[in-house]
Design a protein around this ligand. Structure first.
Ligand code: URA
Length: 481
């Protein structure tokens, strides 16, 4: 039976989406419809609350694809844009996505055609949605309220232009992991209690609290992160449209900050961007408390970028602590250390050496991802000596709790983070250093150094790395025995 025989000729199909942001549902139905050869002008995509009048007599029972239906083709570029674009508030977005998916079956390179009106539209939707998400990250402001049981609860009001609330839940969960918070929007609400995320129905502006003492905190926070060296008034106004100002307590500071920008810039150049003196408040004495505190840390400029602190992970009584440089792009998004390419390479070498990663405490010398934005990409930047030294405070707190017998520092930043001074990896590797707390520090190269090499140079460095790990394993066995 051909695909066409599976559809009733002349039939219009109506697909009711369960949620306006249900991309997975759309994809599943769209694939089946393509496999049944149902052309775009025979399908209506109706989201909740949307009008399906035009297709009032359409069939909501969709055809089943034949067993031998060909694979549905979707180029990488389409896949990259489609999910985001599906969150747009344009009621025609799902029809556009289906039209493009349909066209991709006969013209797999369509996404390369910059003049194609469907492609241009998809790119525009994707851009609008990304911009809306960026605004949500930047302009959500929490107000503190007290729950009935007296617990602190932070509540924010935000008005997104598109259906981005659910898609951004992970960002806020990672950034404010240890707070109880709610984000109320006219498109739905998110509630996080420190463990579980719940979703709720749309809210109204009056459901959210207005001014309270936290606003003072935000004002101070904003004034402290305001970097006059980066001040571009035009760009700032376009990034922070008037629409959002009413919800931003710090907006009242802007004229003053702009006026004082030049003086502050001169002061910053004099003093160096990091004014850290080596003193914080009291050291947290549990890993949970460190985790909470590093999320709020703005002691160096890295903490003020759009990123999330990444806490170390592993058993609290691990004999081995492995220290890297800083989280990368993937670690920042996942909220876990060493999950990206360097982490995967590290896992392979650890396994070869017989070291169980799950038995080690894995952390980084610097807890936030330092990067520069280039278009859509965040490009890794090495942390400076001052930034590493500032973060040492957290590593010492972690070490005091975990009390490892052996610390493996990978790369120059990790070595500096442990020693407080710069050492040469080639000279320091292979020779343990006795630390004040009784542990041994072993230094080796960073796995991302291996990733940057190829050919014979890569092989040689991999051999040295394996030799260092084998020595660490041997020493761990001795210390255990
Ligand atoms: N590189 C690091 O140093 N740490 C990570 O967590 C990931 C990559």
């Amino acid at each position: 039976m051909t695909a066409l025989q599976h559809v009733k000729l002349g039939t219009y199909y109506v697909v009711h989406l369960p949620r306006p942001d249900d991309f997975d549902f759309w994809r599943e139905k769209a694939r089946a419809l393509v496999q049944c050869d149902v052309p775009p002008d025979r399908v209506a995509w109706v989201e909740p609350g949307g009008s399906g009048d035009l297709f009032a007599h359409g069939d909501t029972r969709l055809p089943t694809p034949p067993a031998d239906a060909p694979q549905v083709r979707a180029s990488k570029r389409f896949q990259q844009l489609a999910k985001n674009a599906s969150l747009h508030s344009d009621p025609d977005r799902f029809a556009l996505l289906y039209r493009l998916l349909w066209r991709l079956q006969t013209n797999p390179r369509i996404m390369e055609d910059k003049a194609d009106s469907d492609v241009r539209k998809l790119e525009e939707l994707d851009k609008n949605v990304r911009r809306d998400s960026h605004k949500m990250h930047a302009f959500v402001r929490f107000r503190q309220v007290e729950d009935e049981d007296g617990a602190e609860h932070y509540v924010a009001w935000f008005e997104p232009d598109h259906h981005i609330v659910r898609a951004n839940a992970g960002f806020f969960r990672r950034r404010f992991a240890n707070m109880k918070w709610s984000i109320l929007t006219p498109r739905g609400t998110l509630h996080w209690d420190g463990n579980t995320m719940r979703e709720g129905p749309p809210a109204r502006r009056e459901d959210a609290p207005s001014g309270d003492p936290v606003e003072e905190l935000w004002r101070k926070y904003y004034a402290s992160i305001f970097n006059p060296a980066r001040l571009k008034v035009g760009a700032m106004l376009s990034e922070m449209p008037m629409k959002y100002w009413k919800n931003l307590p710090e907006a009242s500071l802007i004229p003053e900050l702009i006026a004082g920008a030049q003086t502050r810039e001169a002061q910053m150049v004099d003093a160096g961007a990091s004014k850290f003196t080596g003193e914080f408040e009291e050291k947290p004495d549990t890993l949970e408390a460190i985790d909470k505190a590093i999320h709020a840390c703005r002691k160096c400029p890295i903490g003020t970028l759009e990123n999330t602190a990444v806490m170390g992970e592993g058993p609290q009584d691990a004999a081995l602590m492995i220290v890297g440089e800083q989280p990368g792009d993937q670690e920042d998004m996942a909220g876990r250390p060493f999950v990206g390419p360097a982490g995967q390479l590290l896992d392979q070498h650890l396994e070869k050496a017989g070291i169980r990663r799950s038995a080690a405490y894995v952390t980084n010398a610097v807890k936030h991802f330092k990067y520069v934005q280039r278009g859509k990409r965040r490009i890794h930047q090495s942390p400076g000596a001052k930034e590493i030294d500032t973060c040492r405070w957290w590593n010492e707190a972690e070490r005091a709790i975990v009390q490892p017998k052996l610390v493996l520092a990978m790369g120059a930043s990790a070595a500096r983070g442990m020693l407080g001074k710069t050492v040469s990896i080639s000279r320091a590797r292979g020779e343990p250093i006795a630390m004040e707390d009784g542990s041994e520090l072993w230094i080796t190269a960073h796995p991302s150094y291996l990733l940057r090499l190829d050919g014979a140079a890569r092989e040689e460095q991999a051999r040295l790395f394996d030799a260092d790990l084998a020595a660490v394993k041997e020493r761990l066995d001795e210390l255990a025995g």
